[in-house]
Design a protein around this ligand. Structure first.
Ligand code: FA5
Length: 338
């Protein structure tokens, strides 16, 4: 004959087993299987209920209470296991899908100044170190500053050689994008009394087609010195000093006779490449007396020299590029190298 005490003892064994199995369960399917095994229709708890009718009336109440208590305890444990396993699964998923933002951050590369800007800054440093100051002028110029004041009157064939880009303003061919930085010489001498020692870096424009050594928009640095007793020797010495400071002592320089209407004598200034060939950097010469006169400076008292170099070509040389167009292609793989 079953007694309430025996039934309770049996149910407690069942509860202990369920407790152990639930503690080991690590997924929702296992918890669901334990739930139906211990609380479903075929479970010991359900079977115990059916045995209640066979008990004596005095035993029935105690046994019924014991079954309910076990049932509640089991239900509570199954629910707790379900929550624990679900939380664990969510935590695992979050960990798996987590984005490592610190890793991403450390892989972002910092930008750097464009090669032309680096070259220009370095040029300014070298010339400021030699006692020059920095001057500026506008990128849109009039014929007076770009040509006439520089001793290039309208009929002069040299005007054609500048491949000028004109702006549709005023008289035809009166307003233009400056084709060189030499107009800054005029603007400086108009407002400044000698002695003058300036360099003027800036953008210049020509109808040139882009190739390995040409760009339609490029940069020049103009230099102008006006003082007493200035000679061609001062020009040559300044050029050489500048090249040594900018490129190092192994780079050689040479002056080739040339022609510019605003200097007399005039020269083309070349530097040696590692392969032994020469690269033309720019023009230079002694400031023409007419140019000084155009700015109200007496050429009997003051003499000067001037030069104009291509900054892009300086960058090509300094950073050993094969093609000047690399400077404007905007290819990050290229730009990141410097
Ligand atoms: C001039 O522009 C004169 N103003 C230079 C000058 C100044 C002479 C003062 C005397 C006194 P040129 O046209 O040669 O000269 O140009 C000077 C330099 O600018 C060239 O040697 C070259 O380095 C650069 N340059 C000219 N055209 C281009 C271009 N299309 N692309 C890149 N660089 C260029």
């Amino acid at each position: 004959m079953t007694t309430a005490a025996a039934l309770t003892a049996e149910l407690e064994t069942v509860l202990a087993e369920a407790t152990t199995r639930l503690a080991a369960a690590d997924d929702l399917a296992t918890v669901a299987a334990i739930d139906s095994e211990f609380l479903g229709k075929k479970s010991t708890v359900s079977a115990a209920k059916q045995q209640l009718g066979a008990l004596d009336a005095d035993q029935r109440k105690a046994a019924g209470q014991a079954i309910n208590a076990i049932r509640e305890a089991l239900t509570g444990q199954v629910e707790a296991a379900r929550i624990r396993v679900a939380d664990q699964a969510r935590a695992e998923q979050v960990a798996a899908e987590r984005l490592d933002l610190t890793e991403r951050l450390s892989s972002i590369r910092r930008g750097s100044l464009h090669l032309n800007t680096q070259a220009r800054d370095r040029l300014e440093d070298v010339f400021v170190g030699m006692g020059f100051t920095i001057a500026e002028g506008p990128e849109v110029e009039t014929a007076w500053y770009n040509f006439e004041a520089l001793n290039i009157p309208e009929w002069h064939p040299a005007r054609g050689s500048f491949d000028t880009i004109f702006v549709n303003l005023g008289e035809p061919e009166e307003v233009m994008l400056r084709s060189h930085t030499s107009p800054v010489q005029i603007r400086t001498m108009e407002v400044q009394e000698p002695p003058i020692y300036i360099v003027a870096p800036g953008r210049t424009f020509r109808t040139d087609t882009a190739d390995a050594t040409h760009l339609p928009a490029f940069n020049q640095i103009e230099g102008l010195v006006v003082d007493r007793g200035i000679t061609l020797g001062d020009l040559a010495g300044t050029m050489q000093e500048f090249v040594h400071a900018f490129f190092g002592r192994e780079v050689k320089t040479r002056l080739r006779p040339s022609y510019f209407p605003f200097t007399e004598p005039s020269a083309e200034f070349d530097i040696s490449r590692p392969d032994g060939s020469w690269l033309e950097l720019g023009g230079c010469g002694m400031v023409h007396p007419n140019v000084l006169r155009n700015c109200g400076i007496d050429p009997e008292i003051w003499q000067g020299f001037a030069f104009g170099f291509g900054i892009d070509r300086l960058a090509v040389m300094r950073y050993e590029l094969d093609d000047i167009r690399e400077l404007v292609n905007n290819d990050v793989r290229f730009l990141h190298q410097f």
